[in-house]
Design a binder for this molecule. Sequence first.
Ligand SMILES: Nc1ncnc2c1ncn2[C@@H]1O[C@H](COP(=O)(O)OP(=O)(O)OP(=O)(O)O)[C@@H](O)[C@H]1O
Ligand SMILES: [Mg+2]
Length: 367
Amino acid sequence: MSADHAADHGQIIPPGGTIGILGGGQLGRMAAMAAARLGYRCHIYCPDEGAPASDVAAATTVAAYDDLHALERFARAVDVVTFEFENVPAEATEKLAALKPTRPAPRVLHLTQQRLREKNFLTAINVPTTRYLEVAHKEALPQAVQALGRPCVLKSASFGYDGKGQVRIDPETDLGSVWKAMGSELAILEAFVDFQREISVVIARGVDGAMELYVPVENQHRHHILDTTIAPARISAATAQKAEAIARHIAQEIKLVGLLGVEMFVTKAGDVLVNELAPRPHNSGHWTIDACLTSQFEQFIRAVCGLPLGSPERHSDAVMKNLLGDDVSHWKQILSEPGAKLHLYGKAEARSGRKMGHVTRLSPKTN
Ligand SMILES: Nc1ncnc2c1ncn2[C@@H]1O[C@H](COP(=O)(O)OP(=O)(O)OP(=O)(O)O)[C@@H](O)[C@H]1O
Ligand SMILES: [Mg+2]
């Protein structure tokens, strides 16, 4: 049972109920669409007017993530609370969890919000990661770089996404400029992984502890942003089993209720190292909408509402490509392509690098 907060007794929220989602981006939008198909209403909480999720939700509260009065009103208006965005202050999640079942629990968000906490947790449960060190101030950087060796990567401990707050340190990099470029008070230094490929596993865990996971997929990044996901990943059965076992172990140890994206590196030696965790639907799981019996978004809603989990089985292989910035202007061409499924997020302004939509191209299942 997930009952580590007063309001959560592991209860089921039946169809007809209202799901509160913190965050108004495309993940919330696709979650709300899946929720609607199961007869739920979604109430979005986010700081911006006209967010992608609001367009398809029954209600929206526009307020800051630290507005405790607005959070309380929101909690009273919904039956269960979840997140599509994990950088919500601890006071906010504690406030919500005191009033309504909040899944995943504040503890899970707290752990995954900060890279050092996250990696220390993974280490404590014997999940392999790349070697890393805490760097608490600028003056400590040279010694840490010395200890891990170059190349290495300096990352801000909190609030990183799409490669923001990250600086790679190569043999010729001048350490003088690196700290400022990283731009934060507290950092983690990671040994650079010369990976063979990047993969991820999206796993769901229900209030009863039941787990279902999607086949490991392969992720290719461009300019630090996910560009393409290939499902399934082109890895050996042994590597896939390793990745799946790691995902199950983490979901169980973190007492997840909801969905978790586990990003991993496959090293040239075939080892699997965890890079980071995302306690919500994951960009590398978008292919499941078109290629699996249950999409990651439906699975997310099922897990959060205490419903039986659905089958994650895939009926097709898939390649998902993010449409970033101007890529979205090719919508007409994509629509005329057989086997291509277009998803647009309804964002007005196609700023460079902004996730505007994605396209999933299906092909017959191979194995
Ligand atoms: N230690 C490392 N060694 C090699 N490559 C790395 C390392 N850390 C990060 N990267 C590369 O940078 C990408 C983004 O890093 P990471 O996932 O830590 O950051 P993020 O900003 O949270 O990104 P996102 O939000 O897209 O997941 C990784 O997917 C990987 O390609
Ligand atoms: Mg990442």
